[in-house]
Ligand binder design. Sequence first.
Ligand SMILES: *Cc1c(COP(=O)(O)O)cnc(C)c1O
Length: 403
Amino acid sequence: MKRIYGYRCTLCGKEYPYGPELMTCPACGEKGILDIVFNYTEVKKELNRDTLKKDRDNSMWRYRALMPLKGEGLGKFLRIGWTPLYESLRLGDELGLKKLYIKDDGINPTASLKDRASGVAVAKALELGYDTICCSSTGNAASSCAGNAARMGLKTVIFVPERAPKGKVAQLLIFGANVISVKGDYRQTFELSKAAIEKWGFYNRNAGINPILTEGKKTVALEIAEQLNFEPTDWVAVSVGDGCTIGGVYNGMIDRIPKILGVQSTGCCPFVDAANNHRDLVPTPENTLADSIAVGVPRNPKKALRAVEKSNGRWIAVTDDEILAAMRLLGRTEGVFGEPAGVTATAGVKRAVQEGIIRPDETVTVISTGSGLKDVNNALRAAGEPFLCEPDIHVLEKSGRIR
Ligand SMILES: *Cc1c(COP(=O)(O)O)cnc(C)c1O
């Protein structure tokens, strides 16, 4: 493939030519997460501002030249990506920002940004002739894997930690996945899936490891750039678990790179701790209701740290209460319903403005990474219960609920 030179290890820097598919660096082993190195001169022959203007493909596959795929049969997939970028009508004012955009990735086919990575994984598994794809996940990686695989006729084996929210597990079962619910945390779930992949030879869609997944996730940034006429905002804010999404956001910003705000929950913030204390990541507990970013041992530390460092961005942590408040705030001001991890970046922007990290005259894009319908329990926790009323207009009037 002329468009791709090969792989480069994020740890040792060693390069490997593109040919056999590599999962991790042969020299460094499992920790040697790889980057895919593109030949942009070749890519630009297929993909540039002119071709984009003419391309009617309103999905993430409009950027197929920037993906490590042969690119056949992509039109048959569920429609992934090309999600709306809304200019904020009220939230920006409330936060005290000049200009704010909201990228709503909750409206992807299985209702999270993970569809971007899973779409590429399913395409790759098919390209390589696998019949089963396997993944371990707190939920969204799994449901997106199962949904996109179902559409394309691929079998799925999914490992989830026992605490995964019911809505997400329901999605898996409906998509016909073979679901293994693991009595343990995310780390143990991951280890079991790894052993199963080695034993049965499934295609591996474990986000932190497989380098092609970041390449799918980067399409969110490519879209933001194109939707803003290649004049991105000063900041892009994104919630961080494994670190693959934020790494993709950085990879997808080609010409002008905005400052990237990486946001975690104070209950599980290994990246924030490491950055603030100028040391390596250490495993942390996973005490947050934002289950999609409750990752105590991130699998993709290098790409995430690099994204914030190279973009002159910042790391920030917000409490679970701030996350719940952000669910209400985003819903009430803009009509966008995000799950806790989905709105964590919004909570982070609010705090970053308060702390003077983001200045009022700066422009911001906040990514909402997943739909709130996946986690109704926490939504109700955030928003409270409705007013229970007798079917009687006088009672309603007396209650004072309607003025
Ligand atoms: C996975 C996920 C994230 C974070 O992505 P990472 O690659 O794990 O950092 C954020 N929000 C939602 C809704 C997710 O599912």
